[in-house]
Ligand binder design. Sequence first.
Ligand SMILES: C[S@@+](CC[C@H](N)C(=O)[O-])C[C@H]1O[C@@H](n2cnc3c(N)ncnc32)[C@H](O)[C@@H]1O
Length: 248
Amino acid sequence: MQIGDPFVRHSCYSFQVLEGLRTGDFNELGLWPSRDPAEVDEPSQETLIGQFMRWKDLVKKYAGVSKMLDPREMFLLAVAVQRWPGPVLEIGTHKGITTCFVAEVMHQLKRHDQIFTIEMFLKGWKAHNGEDGFPGDSYLKALQEFRSQAVLHRVVPILGNSHELKPLIWGIRPAVIFLDGDHTRDGVADDLLLLRFFNHPYICIIHQANVPSVMQAVLDLRAGGRHRFANFHTGTAGDKGLIALTPV
Ligand SMILES: C[S@@+](CC[C@H](N)C(=O)[O-])C[C@H]1O[C@@H](n2cnc3c(N)ncnc32)[C@H](O)[C@@H]1O
C-alpha cells in the first residue's frame, strides 16, 4: 500500500468523513460518484498506511481462515477498533472468526476492553444439504475457539436474538458495533434502532452493505440526518460493501 493507491485514498477520505473532518460526497446509493478517488492530503494517507501496515500479518493469518470478511474489510475493521477505543459489539458470531480477529487486534493494542458477540444459535439446525451452517452447530466451533485461545478471555459470547437484546446492548455502550447478523431490511433497521439511544462516541460498521435489503435500511437511517456516513466500497469485483456510520 502506498500514497495515491485508490483504496488508501478512498479509505482515508471515508475516515475523515466519519471523524467529522469533512462532509461526505457519496451518491444516493452511498457509492463514490466518479471513477477517480477523492483527494486527501499526503500526511493523512501516511498515517492510515501506517495503521494498515500494523495489521498486515494478522490480516494475512485470518484471510487464510475465512472468506466471509474480505482482507480489505479486515484492515478497515482493525483501524476502526484502533480509532474508536472502548468495548466492541458484534451481531452475528457464526464461527467466531471476526470475533477472534478483533480480539487479537485488541491484544496487540494492549487494550483491556471486552468484545461482546451475539448469536441466535439454533441447536441442531441443518442446512438443506445436511451440513452445519448458521444459525446451527457451527457456532459450537466458535465456543471451542473462545475457550482454547488465550487472547480470547476478553470475549463475552451472548446467546439470543439481537432484536430482543436492546436493553443489554444499551448498557454495554459499545464504541465499535459490527453488524453481520440479520441481513433483511427490517432486521437491519431493527438493529440500527440501537443507535437511537447511544449518547457516546461510536462507529457502527455494516457488513454486506451493497446487498439491496441492507443498503435500503442504512439509507433510511441516513435520511434522518443524525449520522455521518461512508461507504468503503472500493469498486473492485466481489466487494460486498462495508458502510460505517458515526453520530453527528
Ligand atoms: C454471516 S454470519 C456472521 C459471520 C461471522 N462474523 C464470522 O466471522 O464467522 C451471520 C450470523 O448472524 C446470525 N444472526 C442472524 N440474525 C441474527 C440475530 N437477529 N441475532 C443474533 N444473531 C443473528 C446467524 O445465525 C449467523 O450465524
